[in-house]
Design a protein around this ligand. Structure first.
Ligand code: FES
Length: 107
């Protein structure tokens, strides 16, 4: 399919992600977190770079996600780590909405 060729993959229905919420999904075997920040959608890896925790179990505050395990915080727009104990940034991915679907590009 052309969607696959161009690197865009379905992550969720747009209606699955409520305003101000974070949602954990699997995309092509990758654990991805989707975030709604005032209606804009962002995507990063869902696993914290510090130890093993799912950021989708944490707390989204504006454009910051706080890890549920040791409270590291990341900027969901860029994946940049803002507060320890994590020191490594998350990978962030391009996102688009097409026909009511949230799609991410993992390339
Ligand atoms: S696992 Fe996320 S801060 Fe430790």
């Amino acid at each position: 399919m052309s969607a696959e060729k161009s690197g865009w993959l379905r992550a969720a229905a747009r209606s699955d992600l409520g305003q101000g919420e974070v949602l954990g999904v699997e995309v092509a075997g990758h654990a991805i977190a989707l975030y709604d920040v005032d209606g804009d959608i962002f995507a990063t890896d869902n696993i914290c770079t510090h130890a093993y925790a799912r950021l989708s179990d944490g707390w989204l505050d504006g454009d910051l996600i706080e890890c549920p395990l040791h409270a590291a915080r990341f900027d969901v727009r860029t994946g940049k780590v803002l507060d320890p104990p994590a020191t490594e940034d998350l990978k962030a991915y391009p996102v688009r909405v097409l026909d009511g679907e949230i799609q991410v590009n993992l390339d």
